[in-house]
Design a protein around this ligand. Structure first.
Ligand code: CAA
Length: 259
């Protein structure tokens, strides 16, 4: 897959694809074109049967420093409504396969929101997270006011959104925004290790498990439990369930086919 603002490796490791944001001079600022490319890449990878897990990363200095301020600065409200720049983000939300963010450096504004669209987050010690939109006269627009409090609680979310100050990787880990911190030089290796632990499982079970966890954010407990139960029963229609349970009983490794 050839893009201008991102690099895509469909097989960075077994069953694992990598999307790398590639606007280094602009600290991977998320312009409309880059977000459109992420949408197209995610759609293609979600449809690619060889891929079970997707990693999104930036570079050592920046995961992404937010939406492109230069692209937005001259716009009016009606322009923003017409462009509806956050509609491209719907594909990220719709992606069925697990997505892991591998974060080094700045993850700010839309960059932090992109991290929060991902299912797990591996960060290097240098990672910094923030919602600094307030400092430029606006506020988060790609889910920051909704996903951040769900991830870190009201007090810290309010502090980050209202002061615009960044938090360190350490603080983000304590608050539950990220899964782990690793040395910067090991970021990709450690992220791939996590991806491989996921990718060796049944892709259908992965997708239904992801869908069920995400449902918990959008439903009552009883609706969520009923949704989970149906997905659990549904997996008994798969060859992977037969294979997984037979392999356990035979004391061997399971070979999952996504059927
Ligand atoms: N949009 C456009 N360009 C950006 C950018 C952004 N979000 N962030 C950085 N850049 C550009 C800078 O303008 C600069 O370009 P030039 O060399 O052409 O001047 C280049 O990237 C390097 O940045 P700095 O020189 O500023 O680097 P620094 O190390 O001094 O500072 C920083 C780094 C603290 C991240 C600083 O760049 C910064 O504060 N960036 C903006 C962060 C921000 O406000 N993000 C929120 C954007 S709005 C949003 O995201 C809305 C939403 O909800 C989706």
């Amino acid at each position: 897959m050839n893009f201008t603002y991102i690099l895509v490796n469909e097989q960075v490791a077994e069953h694992t694809a990598l999307i790398q944001l590639n606007r280094p001079k602009e600290l991977n600022a998320l312009n409309l074109e880059l977000m459109g490319e992420i949408r197209d890449a995610l759609k293609a990878l979600d449809e690619n049967e060889k891929v079970r897990v997707i990693i999104i990363t930036g570079n050592e200095r920046a995961f992404a420093a937010g939406a492109d301020i230069k692209q937005m600065s001259g716009k009016g409200a009606i322009d923003m409504l017409k462009i509806d720049q956050f509609s491209t983000w719907d594909q990220i939300k719709k992606t069925k396969k697990p997505i892991i963010a591998a974060v080094s450096g700045f993850a700010l504004g839309g960059g932090c929101e992109l991290v929060m669209h991902c299912d797990c987050v591996v960060a290097s010690e240098t990672a910094q997270f923030g919602q600094p939109e307030i400092k430029i006269g606006v506020m988060p627009g790609a889910g920051g006011t909704q996903r951040l409090p769900r991830a870190v609680g009201k007090a810290l979310a309010m502090e980050m959104v209202l002061t615009g100050e960044f938090i360190s990787a350490e603080r983000a880990l304590q608050a539950g925004l990220i899964n782990k911190i690793v040395p910067v030089e090991l970021l990709m290796d450690e992220t791939i290790k996590m991806a491989q632990k996921m990718a060796r499982n049944s892709p259908l079970a992965l997708q239904m498990a992801k869908e069920s966890v995400l449902k918990s954010f959008e439903s009552s407990l009883s609706e969520g439990l009923s949704f989970e139960r149906k997905n659990f029963y549904m997996l008994f229609a798969t060859e992977d369930q037969k294979e997984g349970m037979a392999a356990f009983i035979d004391k061997r490794e399971a070979t999952f086919k996504g059927k």
